[in-house]
Every structure is written in structure tokens, then in C-alpha cells.
Design a protein around this ligand. Structure first.
Ligand code: SAM
Length: 414
């Protein structure tokens, strides 16, 4: 495992020395370092700037600051040239102490929990289940893992891993995503920005960065001494130079829900606006959380159908294969079924809830219909009515755009 926080390295070292937690903290207390000071190094990748704390840590680890940086997998600034000059020696040293790999390359044979015309759900740990997916066989991956925020999940999920364990775990399933993605395939990861700073950095060496999408987070609570967290991040990576499928998405312009007037002033550009809506940007403010328990398929963490429809229609075509390694309530699979995409799903927890959802599609059909009432339109019908009533302009007022509107209209056939 790689270490990303100094605290995790200290704990690892304590284990190697056979120290209990009490013995570890007592070592620091004797040097005037309180437990709380040491804990400040737990949820950050920073090397402490407090000299007394850093000295005590280096003392405990029996390392110099340079060794500490190397142990954290970093090349300290000022050493780049020296590092480059010595890569051969470093490689030789690493190769000579490489442990023999445990050869479990035979893919497991696992029976699906259930099958549909379009997809298969497997119950189990995604890291094991990924092994049966052939290299370069998937067109799109959508992954919404637990965020390591100590939330309650089904058995088999630990949502309070250490800093280093969580990031290393994400790297392990990301490696599998990279392996199974077809050339030109798209990978989407939904998480909080803090983890995405690491995941994005890791993926930059393997895939092509396409976008960091900020998904506006509604109704969140403020956190003391921090900026109000207002977005989730949706990373979008592509295997190779460009996506093999990119279907542009258009959305309505934002209007006042009381009068229907546009929020942004489009001034002299009104007559040039595409009647199918404006181009989707990398800030998504129109995604609303699944809030009410009676409309949720399980008690937590269900993503809205609108988000999955957007990702899947943007990056795939009918019959393409979509994989989601963290099934949850099965939103990805439900949308794939309705959009006629083939799918592969993994879920370590309750799979019955997903099966029930896919056997009773009425609610998802209704939700998706509502999504399409607003999709690829400059103004949804209800907004049009309101604007007409209040004397605001409509796309139809500008005749030259009419044909365009018909040509680009995208419909949903359910
Ligand atoms: C945030 S939820 C996904 C929600 C989903 N996107 C939806 O819309 O319903 C994450 C899911 O991943 C599952 N999970 C966590 N660790 C897993 C693992 N190692 N393998 C497979 N599933 C896992 C959890 O049980 C949980 O249901």
C-alpha cells in the first residue's frame, strides 16, 4: 500500500515496531506532542510545518525529511535533477526487492444475481468481480463509490477507511476500470473534490482528461471554518486521444420560476439561440437530489435518473456496454435498460432492491419522461406557456431557427 498521510505512515511504523496505540501516543507525549497535534496529520497529505511535531515524527520513524518525502512517494523540490540522474539505480534497487506476484490471474466464475435482456448484476466485491471482465470490452464506466465519510452501508462496506487505505483502494479499482475500458471509451467517477484531487492525478498518467464537472450540490449543510461545500465532482476521462462517442447535450436556459423571464441577459443574441437549448457546460446546476424516502429505492445515496441519462446518452449509443461497479439502488442499470444500453453491475450489499427496481420500471419510466420534457429544448413546454403569458420572447419568434429545431430534436421512445 502507498501512504498518503504522515499519520498513516506513523501508524504503519508503530505496527512494525510492535507498538500499541497507547505506546505510540506515549512516545509523542514524552516529547511534548499531544495526541490532537498528531491527529492533525491524519486527514491531509501535508508534511507538518510545526518543527517540534515534525522532529518528533522523524524521530519516531527514524527518517530524515528527505526519506519521509520519498516514503510518501514524492520527489522533494530541489531534488528533481538528482532523482532523474539516479533512476537506473533506483529501478535496480526496487526490482531487486520486488515481492513475487501472487498469480491469481484465473478469472472467477460467478453466477449473476440476476439477468435481464440488457444486463447482468453480480453480487460481491467489485475488485474480485472485475477480474472476469475481459480487457478493453466496455464502452463506458460510471462509478459512484462510497465517499469514506463514515456513512452507514450494508455489511461488507467500510466507509471509514484510513486516508491511505481509501485512496489505495480507489487506485485498485481505477486500474481495473482502465484495463476493461475500450479504446475511446469513457470513464466517469462521482465523488467529493477532496478525493478527486488524488484520483484525477492518478488517472492523468493513464487516461485522457476530458472534464471535471461540478455538479451543484443542493441543500447541503455548512461546515464550520470551511467554505460551504456546494458541488460534487464528476470526473470524465477518455481512453486514447478522443471519445469514440460524444453525443452533445443541450439544456434549457435558466428562467425565473415565477415569471418565466431568463435569469441571464442574452441581449442581442436571442435570435441566434439554438431552439434545442444551450450547450451543456461543465457546471451542472439542474440536477436535484433524490430526497424523499418514499421516492428512494434504498435509504441512502441514490443518484437521480437525470444525471445518469445525461452521462449515458452523452457517451454511448444503443447496445453499447456500460459498467457500474457500485450498484447501490441500481440507477445506472435502470437508465441503461430504458435507453437500450447493455450493462454490467456489481454490488457487495443488498442486490434484491436492484432486482425489484428493474422488475418494476414504471417509476423510472415516469422519471425519465420528465427528464425528456426538458431535454434539448430552449424552453420546456410549461416555461413556454408562462413566457407567452408574460410577453417574453420564444425561439419560434425567430423564424430562421425553426428548421434547425426540427432537425436536432431528440426523442425518447419508451
Ligand atoms: C454511493 S452508493 C452507489 C449509489 C448508486 N449510484 C445509485 O444511484 O443508487 C455505493 C454502493 O457501492 C457499494 N459498494 C461499496 N463497496 C463495494 C465493493 N467493494 N464492491 C461492490 N460494491 C461496493 C455499496 O454497498 C453501495 O451500495
Amino acid at each position: 500500500m502507498r501512504f498518503f498521510s504522515v499519520f498513516d505512515l506513523v501508524v504503519h511504523h508503530a505496527r512494525l515496531r510492535g507498538h500499541s496505540e497507547t505506546q505510540m501516543y506515549s512516545f509523542f507525549r514524552k516529547r511534548g506532542i499531544k495526541k490532537a497535534d498528531l491527529l492533525c496529520t491524519k486527514d491531509t497529505g501535508m508534511i507538518p510545518t510545526d518543527e517540534r511535531l515534525l522532529d518528533a515524527i522523524l524521530n519516531y520513524l527514524d527518517m530524515s525529511k528527505l526519506e519521509l518525502e520519498l516514503a510518501l512517494g514524492r520527489i522533494p523540490s530541489g531534488y528533481e535533477h538528482a532523482y532523474l540522474q539516479n533512476v537506473k539505480e533506483i529501478a535496480k534497487l526496487l526490482e531487486s526487492s520486488k515481492p513475487s506476484t501472487n498469480n491469481d490471474s484465473v478469472p472467477p466464475t460467478v453466477q449473476p444475481y440476476f439477468l435481464t435482456e440488457y444486463g447482468k448484476l453480480f453480487k460481491g466485491d467489485c475488485l474480485k468481480l472485475f477480474k472476469m471482465v475481459p480487457d478493453e470490452s466496455v464502452d463506458c464506466i460510471f462509478a459512484d463509490p462510497p465517499f469514506n465519510l463514515d456513512k452507514e452501508y450494508d455489511d461488507g462496506v467500510d466507509d471509514s477507511k484510513s486516508y491511505s487505505t481509501y485512496i489505495s483502494w480507489c487506485f485498485a479499482w481505477l486500474d481495473e476500470c482502465v484495463r476493461v475500458l475500450k479504446p475511446g471509451g469513457s470513464l466517469f467517477i462521482y465523488n467529493i473534490p477532496k478525493w478527486h484531487t488524488y484520483l484525477s492525478n492518478y488517472l492523468n498518467d493513464k487516461l485522457n482528461f476530458w472534464a471535471w464537472i461540478a455538479v451543484d450540490m443542493k441543500f447541503n449543510l455548512p461546515i464550520p471554518n470551511r467554505l460551504y461545500p456546494a458541488h460534487y465532482s464528476l470526473l470524465y476521462y477518455v481512453k486514447g486521444n478522443k471519445p469514440k462517442t460524444f453525443n452533445p447535450q443541450r439544456i434549457p436556459i435558466q428562467t425565473c420560476r415565477h415569471c418565466g423571464g431568463e435569469i441571464k441577459d442574452y441581449g442581442g443574441y436571442k435570435n441566434k439561440m439554438n431552439p434545442n437549448g444551450v450547450n451543456l457546460s461543465d457546471v451542472w446546476t439542474d440536477i436535484y437530489p433524490v430526497r424523499h424516502s418514499n421516492s428512494k429505492n434504498r435509504k441512502y445515496n441514490e443518484l437521480p435518473v437525470k444525471l445518469l441519462d445525461r452521462v449515458i446518452t452523452m457517451s454511448t449509443n444503443e447496445n453499447d456496454v456500460v459498467l457500474d461497479p457500485f450498484g447501490g439502488s441500481g440507477t445506472t442499470y435502470a437508465v441503461c435498460e430504458l435507453l437500450k444500453r447493455r450493462w454490467i453491475g456489481f454490488e457487495v450489499g443488498n442486490c434484491e432492491v436492484i432486482k425489484q427496481r428493474l422488475e418494476n420500471k414504471e417509476k423510472d419510466i415516469e422519471l425519465l419522461k420528465r427528464v425528456y420534457e426538458e431535454k434539448n429544448k430552449l424552453f420546456p413546454d410549461k416555461v413556454k406557456e408562462l413566457r407567452r403569458k408574460n410577453g417574453f420572447w420564444l425561439a419560434e419568434d425567430f423564424m430562421e431557427n425553426k428548421e434547425h429545431a426540427v432537425a436536432e430534436q431528440i426523442t425518447l421512445s419508451l
